[in-house]
Design a protein around this ligand. Structure first.
Ligand code: ADP
Length: 669
């Protein structure tokens, strides 16, 4: 090192380290004013060992808080290395607390759930100190004689050991000075002596030490004793001539904090670990607080799964039912019911069918049908089902070729044969495992012979599409139901792009044939497959809408639950927040910590919600027969939702925490 450098360094070190000039501090308690400091001027040189003494209430702690940048004076100035620091912003104060002073409290103020090593490492979290963290913390613990206690928690250590952990924590960031407020006040005398020995060693190594005590014996250890009374310094004596020492200055000590230490992964990891620990130690409370979010997320996912399932099942159904279908029905048929004004309905006849077949060129196939309820009996088995009268073309048009046996022929239809094809459900109900083909059973007390078994169509919503019997149309009209009109005519159009034209032509044809006046146009009804699709989605849509509103309400209520629990958490941990601030956490660090915690809780809610949604989807699929498909994107959305709830509702409590003043927070009971 060059002489010039040496000189400059020495010059700096001789400078006053920390200096107060005529500072005042007044507390207001309602009407009364307590003038804790009434013009205190004190200068601390680098390398000094100062004891501040005086009776209780004389303002020692108040002064220490000001020296430790934990509080600001009402009047006067505080200078650090000659620079006025009484009007700094939060991140700069945080930097000074983190790097310039190491504060040792009477009550140790250790984090109860963290090990000695974690406690010592804490200030490193809030600094950009490049030194290896775990090693550094362990090294500091070794220095205070706690090498064997690295993993112990505060409640597993004696008072003296706890205070030694606190000293290691104060030293870990290599501060310019140690401030200790009654460090032996909570200790027995032998532990107290051990602690004092540590301070003496530190001082011998060049550390500046300022401690508050009312114990004259301890005061004797110091080189300089400052006595206070009623907020004033009444004496200030040095026992020996003071030798200025060289104090190594950390880089950027005065510019530091102006450039922010950015929120980094280390900090996030630590916050996440704290959050997990807090969730785990408060299991029941955490579980109750995630209920709302859990239900909300479950609803969102189930809703999306239902929508997607409905879409997929419609595509499947259309593929199975055959597309390009138009359905002509009498009356303004509602989605499921029959028109209420039966008298006004247009009755479709075979002549209508013939006319459509002959005059509408786009028609490929046509299937007239009647529908009725029927009581079917075989042996002692009895079942109520849907009996449809159809023509042979129906089989091809609707993909209903029998999987066993055969369909009936046009000849059988015309001669009104009593033959029937059974849907899977009916076959199972009447015949069980028996082969039904060739057997005779009764429909409304009329004997029928089973000639075929229909393929399974599965369920559509709550409706079992396999619960039906098909018989020849003429048999149904003349022998079973006694009808002379048709209930439905399904028309297959040659290609999809002709559907609209065909629909128009058929409409015109029926209006003409039945001489319908405009007010009776709704006495029949043609639906194309877009309508049918709508009818099919409407149920799931209603259900989805319901789930959607439950989701919205749950997320809101859940969010308020989270906010509540976070406010409780902030209150409970006020002292911890005070400590974190005292060792260098900025308001933003605290804000982030509580936000991470809120989001961790809501994420947990999200995960449990996803599991719940899987269960709900499975139940819906099993019970209602709806197709339910959980997509990856909906899971992603659920995570976004839960994170958003955490951020939105965690922000306010986190701000409450961030705004806390370190001294008030540390004193909070
Ligand atoms: P010491 O540390 O010497 O015992 P303090 O600095 O703690 O003294 O207190 C000085 C005076 O200020 C006392 O009268 C005390 O009651 C008062 N005081 C300290 N802190 C507060 C506070 N936060 N609000 C109101 N009064 C306070």
């Amino acid at each position: 090192m060059g002489t010039g450098g040496q000189e400059a360094r020495e010059k700096r070190s001789v400078m006053k380290l920390l200096e107060t000039e005529n500072i005042t501090k007044t507390y207001r308690l309602g009407q009364t004013e307590i003038r804790a400091l009434q013009g205190v001027s004190l200068s601390i040189e680098a390398g000094e060992f100062v004891a501040i003494m005086g009776p209780s209430g004389s303002g020692k702690s108040t002064l220490m808080h000001l020296l430790g940048f934990l509080d600001t004076p009402d009047g006067g100035a505080i200078r650090l290395l000659g620079q006025d620091i009484s009007r700094l912003k939060d991140p700069q104060y945080a930097f000074l607390r983190n790097r310039v002073v190491g504060y040792v409290f009477q009550q140790f103020n250790l984090m109860a759930r963290s090990s000695a090593e974690e406690n010592v490492s804490l200030p490193l979290l809030y600094s950009d100190n490049p030194l290896g963290e775990a090693e550094r913390a362990r090294h500091m613990l070794e220095q205070v004689g706690l090498k064997e206690r690295v993993r112990h928690r505060p409640n597993e250590l004696s008072g003296g050991q706890q205070q030694r952990v606190a000293i290691a924590r104060a030293l870990v960031n290599q501060p310019l000075m140690i401030l200790a407020d009654e460090p032996t006040g909570n200790l027995d005398s032998s532990s107290g002596q051990e602690i004092m020995a540590i301070f003496k060693t530190l001082h011998a190594q060049g550390m500046t030490v300022v401690l508050v005590t009312h114990d004259e014996n301890i005061g004797k250890a110091a080189e300089r004793v400052v006595r206070m009374h009623d907020g004033k310094i009444i004496s200030d004596e040095r026992k020996q001539a003071f030798q200025a020492r060289e104090v190594p200055l950390p880089e950027n000590i005065l510019t530091g904090g102006t450039q922010n230490v950015s929120y980094n992964f280390e900090e996030f990891r630590e916050h996440f670990r704290q959050a997990s620990r807090m969730i785990w130690t408060n299991k029941l409370r955490s579980f109750l607080s995630i209920l709302g979010v859990m239900i909300g997320v479950a609803c969102v996912i189930t809703m999306l799964a239902l929508g997607r399932g409905a879409r997929e099942s419609i595509t499947e159904q259309l593929a199975r039912l055959g597309s390009n279908l138009l359905s002509v029905r009498p009356g303004s048929v509602k989605v499921h019911g029959v028109s209420q004004e039966a008298g006004a309905a247009t009755r479709l006849s075979f002549d209508d069918v013939r006319a459509i077949r002959e005059t509408v060129p786009e028609v490929k196939r046509i299937a007239p049908q009647v529908t009725g309820q029927g009581q079917v009996v075989y042996g002692n088995k009895n079942w109520s089902t849907v009996v449809n009268g159809v023509t042979p073309e129906y089989a091809v048009m609707k993909n209903q070729e029998p999987m066993m046996g055969r369909f009936f022929t046009e000849e059988e239809n015309q001669s009104r044969r009593r033959v029937a094809l059974l849907g899977q459900t009916v076959a199972k109900e009447l015949f069980g495992e028996e082969n039904p083909i060739g057997k005779t059973f009764k429909i409304n007390r009329i004997n029928f012979q089973v000639i075929g078994l229909l393929p399974s169509l599965g369920a559509r919503g709550w409706h079992d599409q396999d619960d039906l019997v098909l018989i020849p149309l003429m048999t149904a009209m003349r022998r079973v139901q006694g009808k002379d009109y048709l209930d439905q005519v399904e028309v297959e159009i040659k290609s999809a792009d002709q559907i609209e034209a065909a629909q128009r032509e058929i409409t015109a044809l029926i209006i003409r044939r039945h001489r319908l006046t405009p007010e009776r146009y709704d006495s029949f009804n043609i639906r194309n497959f877009a309508d049918i699709q709508n009818a099919m989605t409407s149920t799931t849509k209603t259900f989805s809408a319901l789930l959607g509103s439950v989701a919205a309400i749950s997320l809101l209520v859940g969010g308020i639950g989270i906010m509540n629990i976070m406010l409780v958490s902030v209150k409970e941990r006020t002292r911890e927040i005070g400590l974190r601030k005292a060792i260098g956490a900025t308001a933003r660090d605290i804000l982030m910590q509580f936000l991470v915690e809120a989001v961790a809780i809501t994420f947990l809610g999200g995960i449990v919600g996803i599991l719940l949604a899987m269960l709900a989807s499975w139940l819906i699929a099993a019970m209602a027969g709806w197709k339910v498909v959980i997509s990856l994107s909906s899971l992603f959305l659920a995570f976004i939702f839960s994170a958003a709830v955490g951020i939105v509702f965690g922000l306010w409590p986190a701000q409450q925490a961030a705004r806390l003043d370190p001294i008030h927070a540390l004193r909070y009971e």
